[in-house]
Design a protein around this ligand. Structure first.
Ligand SMILES: NC(=O)c1ccc[n+]([C@@H]2O[C@H](COP(=O)([O-])OP(=O)(O)OC[C@H]3O[C@@H](n4cnc5c(N)ncnc54)[C@H](O)[C@@H]3O)[C@@H](O)[C@H]2O)c1
Length: 281
């Protein structure tokens, strides 16, 4: 249902790979709400994924860019402004990748070249996007910049590996740049910390099915879907949230504030064989 929440706004959406991608849903829903968007992804993702298909559906273009390349980003902003016919109002950074996760390297045995790549792709690219955008003065006053994060930035989750470090850095960049861009141009910068979601990137995490099941049961409202995440992103791009900045916003059905649920406690207890001599072991 459209209420033209983003009528007249122009956006750049990074990271729509296929129909499962969170960015895919954001782009679709933003257009439904009256926005014009440009899509962008790496040349490799454009070959392997379905970004072009989405562009056709939304009657727009895909501009290839590796978000770790300042040169690519400069071209992306120039071409986007040209295609959209004016400055940008919102940006979604929906990018994540860890070669250590992909190659099954344990956190206690990281390959440091891979770690560099994880941090560059999943976090520093956010800084690069914002820096290039600001230098080009490509964003309108009261614009909104958003990246997607995960609760492993605050708490330890088995299997999330060096992506946890990348997400901590990502959230910090939102705060540090949020201060600068907010004072100068009233631009807000936030991260949304999303529930585990069945996407190509999500499925790369070790034990992902179990993680999804655990967090579904622990969250009073259940896991948030990609569609629901997209809805939240749209509110953050709209004029209804103009004074929200430098925040990490949890969109996780309440998971991040849970300690122990009754159901989880019962399940946990079932896994022990009661030993009268050592009742607390
Ligand atoms: N799926 C989850 O469980 C989950 C939970 C919380 C947060 N997130 C975050 O959501 C975001 C989107 O991921 P998703 O789950 O939709 O998966 P996805 O695999 O659909 O999207 C990841 C995107 O990153 C792009 N990408 C990788 N390297 C890039 C580079 N160098 N330059 C530009 N783009 C690049 C990929 O091509 C892909 O489109 C990520 O930041 C991810 O960490 C995902």
């Amino acid at each position: 249902m459209s209420c033209n929440l983003l009528e007249g706004k122009r956006g750049i959406v990074f990271g729509a790979l296929n129909e499962l991608s969170i960015a895919w849903k954001v782009a679709e829903k933003a257009v439904e709400q009256g926005a014009q968007v440009v899509l962008t992804n790496t040349a490799m993702a454009m070959r392997m994924g379905e970004t072009e298909k989405l562009a056709k559906k939304l009657n727009t273009i895909v501009i290839p860019a590796d978000a770790t390349s300042v040169e690519d980003l400069e071209i992306l902003f120039d071409k986007s402004i040209e295609h959209l016919g004016g400055k940008i109002d919102f940006i979604l950074h929906s990018i994540g990748m860890s070669p250590n996760v992909r190659k099954g390297r344990h956190y206690s045995n990281l390959d440091y070249n891979y770690l560099q790549k994880t941090l560059d792709v999943s976090a520093v690219s956010f800084h690069k996007v914002i820096q290039v955008c600001r230098k080009k003065d490509a964003l309108n006053q009261w614009g909104s910049i958003l990246a997607l994060s995960y609760v492993a930035a605050q708490r330890t989750f088995y299997g999330y590996n060096d992506m946890a470090d990348a997400k901590s850095l990502l959230e910090s960049i939102a705060r540090s740049f949020g201060y600068i861009y907010g004072r100068e141009k009233n631009v807000r910068i936030n991260t949304i910390s999303q529930s585990p979601t069945l996407t190509t990137a999500g499925q790369g995490v070790k034990g992902f099915d179990h993680l999804m099941d655990f967090s579904e049961r622990m969250s009073p409202l259940g896991n948030a879907s990609a569609d629901e995440c997209a809805d939240y992103c749209l509110t953050m791009f709209s004029d209804l949230t103009r004074k929200v900045t430098m925040q990490n916003l949890f969109h996780d059905g309440g998971f991040s504030n849970m300690g122990m649920s009754l159901q989880a406690m019962q399940q946990y207890n079932k896994s022990f064989i009661y030993d009268q001599e050592h009742p607390f072991d």
